[in-house]
Ligand binder design. Structure first.
Ligand code: ADP
Ligand code: ADP
Ligand code: MG
Length: 450
C-alpha cells in the first residue's frame, strides 16, 4: 500500500480524500494555492505545500510544479479528485513516466474516453447504444448542417473535450445552426483549449442516468447501480438520487451490464461513471464516461456501503476488488443536494444539519472565506431513508437546520424544490429546472416577504 499520497485538489473533495487516507494509515501532502492557505485541507494534511497564486492555471493546473512537489515530498501516488487535472491524459502519463501512481485509470484510457467523440466511436464498436449523431468530428457549420439534416432536428453541438456542461448548445432549426456552432466552439476553446466539436441528436426532456462502476487491474468489474441526475441547471447537476424512479430492476441490470461492457471495452480500471440519457420509453443512450471520482459518489456509497475513494486507492495500488457483482446490495434511498455559493464572502456563522441519515461533505467553517476563483459548490447534503419519501422528508429537515451566514446560497431554493409536485412524484426530466425554476423562485420571494 502507498505510504504517502499527494492530493492535487481543494475544497470538499480534498477533505474527502484526506479523511480516507487517514483511515488507511496513509500520509498526505496537500498542494494549495495562495487563496486556499486558510483551509481545512491544509490544516489536516501531514504536509501542505503552496504551489502558486489563486488562478488555477498557475496552481492546481500546474502539472510540472505538482509533479515536482510529489517527487520532493516522496509521495508514491497522486489523487486528482474531480475537475482540474483529473481527466488530463497528459498529466496521468507524466505521473506514469515519473514512477508516481496516478489514482485513476491509465493515461491511455483517459485519452481514449476523455475525447468524447472517440469514446462514442469505441462504444459503437462495442455494442453500447450511443445517441445518433456524427461519426467523426464536425469541422464546419456546413458539415454540421448536413449531419443535422440527416439525423433530424433538434440537435446538440458538443465539445469533444467538454465537461461541466460547457461547450454545448441546442439547435432547433437550420437558421440557428451557424451561431450556435460558433458560440459553442468559442466556449470550448476558452474552457478547454480545444475546440473539436461533434453533433448529437437532442433527446428531448430525457433523464440523466449514470452507472457507477469499479474495476481492478485484473479486469474484475462491477456496477453499483444508477444515479438519477436529471435536476440540472445549464447542464450542471444540482441534486442526485438513487434509485431512479424511472428505472425498473430489469433495466437497472441491463444498463449495469452495458456499463461494465463499456468499461471493459475501454480497458478501464479504477472508479468510473458511464453516463446515459434515457427517454420516456426507457431507451437509453451513452453520452460519455467520466474517468474519475464524481461529485455525487456519496449517493452510491450510502446505498451500497462501499467506500469508493478507498476502493480507488486500493485498485491503484494493484489490489484486487474486494467484492463481486452478486455481493453488491443496495438498501433504501439516498439523495444528494449540492449547496452552491451565489456570492463570495466570509462565513460569519455556520451550522450544519446532523442526526440520523444525514451526511455532510463540506470544507466550510466559521471564518472561512469563500473566494470567487473556483467552483461555487460549498457543501453537499446527503440524506438516506428506507424509502424515497423518507429521504425527501429528511432532506427538507436537514435544509431547515442548515445555516450559512455571510454568503448567499441556493439552499432555500433547493428546500422549496423538494415541495414541487413533480419532484415529489419523481416525475422529472432534465427539463425540470427550465420548466419550474421561476415558479420556485416566486415561492421563495413570497416566503421572504411573509
Ligand atoms: P460530476 O459529473 O462529477 O457531477 P461535474 O460536471 O459537476 O461532474 O464537474 C465536477 C467538477 O469538475 C466541477 O468543478 C466542474 O466545474 C469540473 N469539471 C468537470 N469537467 C471538467 C473539465 N473537462 N475541465 C475542467 N473542469 C471540469
Ligand atoms: P459534460 O461533459 O459537460 O458533463 P455531457 O455530455 O455529460 O457533458 O452532457 C451534459 C448534460 O447535457 C447531460 O447531463 C444531459 O442533461 C445533457 N445532454 C447531453 N447530451 C444530450 C443529448 N444528446 N440529448 C439531450 N440532452 C443531452
Ligand atoms: Mg457529463
Amino acid at each position: 500500500m502507498f505510504k504517502r499520497i499527494l492530493i492535487a485538489n481543494r475544497g470538499e473533495i480534498a477533505l474527502r480524500i484526506l479523511r480516507c487516507c487517514r483511515e488507511m494509515d496513509i500520509e498526505t501532502v496537500v498542494v494549495y494555492s495562495e487563496a486556499d492557505e486558510k483551509s481545512l485541507a491544509v490544516m489536516y494534511a501531514t504536509e501542505a505545500v503552496c504551489i502558486g497564486p489563486a488562478k488555477a492555471a498557475d496552481s492546481y493546473l500546474n502539472q510540472d510544479v505538482i509533479l515536482e512537489t510529489a517527487r520532493r515530498t516522496e509521495c508514491d501516488a497522486i489523487h486528482p479528485g474531480y475537475g482540474f487535472l483529473s481527466e488530463n491524459a497528459e498529466f496521468a502519463r507524466a505521473c506514469e513516466e515519473n514512477g508516481i501512481v496516478f489514482i485513476g485509470p491509465s493515461s491511455q484510457v483517459i485519452s481514449r474516453m476523455g475525447d468524447k467523440q472517440s469514446a462514442r466511436r469505441l462504444m459503437m464498436a462495442s455494442d453500447v447504444p450511443v445517441v445518433p449523431g456524427s461519426k467523426e468530428l464536425v469541422n464546419s457549420p456546413e458539415e454540421a448542417a448536413a449531419i443535422a439534416e440527416e439525423i433530424g432536428y433538434p440537435v446538440l453541438i458538443k465539445a469533444s473535450a467538454g465537461g461541466g456542461g460547457k461547450g454545448i448548445r441546442k439547435i432547433y432549426s437550420p437558421e440557428e445552426l451557424k451561431s450556435a456552432y460558433e458560440t459553442a466552439k468559442a466556449e470550448a476553446r476558452a474552457s478547454f483549449g480545444n475546440d473539436d466539436m461533434y453533433l448529437e441528436k437532442l433527446i428531448e426532456n430525457p433523464h440523466h442516468i449514470e452507472i457507477q462502476i469499479l474495476a481492478d487491474k485484473e479486469g474484475n468489474t462491477v456496477y453499483l447501480g444508477e444515479r438519477d441526475c436529471s435536476i440540472q441547471r445549464n447542464n450542471q447537476k444540482l441534486l442526485e438520487e438513487s434509485p431512479s424512479a424511472l428505472i425498473k430492476e430489469a433495466q437497472r441490470h441491463e444498463m449495469g451490464q452495458t456499463a461494465v461492457r463499456a468499461a471493459k471495452a475501454a480497458g478501464y480500471f479504477s472508479a468510473g461513471t458511464v453516463e446515459f440519457v434515457v427517454d420516456d420509453e426507457g431507451h437509453y443512450y451513452f453520452i460519455e464516461m467520466n474517468t474519475r471520482i464524481q461529485v455525487e459518489h456519496p449517493v452510491t456509497e450510502e446505498l451500497t456501503g462501499i467506500d469508493l475513494v478507498r476502493e480507488q486507492i486500493r485498485i491503484a495500488a494493484g489490489m484486487k476488488l474486494g467484492i463481486i457483482q452478486e455481493e453488491v446490495q443496495m438498501r433504501g434511498h439516498t439523495i444528494e443536494c449540492r449547496i452552491n455559493a451565489q456570492t463570495p464572502g466570509v462565513i460569519e456563522f455556520l451550522h450544519f444539519p446532523n442526526g440520523y441519515g444525514v451526511r455532510i461533505e463540506s470544507h466550510l467553517f466559521a471564518g472561512y472565506e469563500v473566494s470567487p476563483f473556483y467552483d461555487s459548490m460549498v457543501a453537499k447534503i446527503i440524506v438516506s431513508g428506507r424509502t424515497r419519501l423518507e429521504a425527501i422528508r429528511r432532506l427538507r429537515r436537514a435544509l431547515e437546520e442548515l445555516i450559512i451566514d455571510g454568503i448567499e446560497t441556493n439552499a432555500s431554493f433547493m428546500h422549496l424544490l423538494t415541495f414541487h409536485p413533480d419532484f415529489i412524484k419523481g416525475k422529472y426530466s432534465t427539463a425540470f429546472w427550465e420548466n419550474n425554476h421561476e415558479e420556485i423562485e416566486q415561492w421563495r420571494k413570497q416566503g421572504e416577504t411573509a
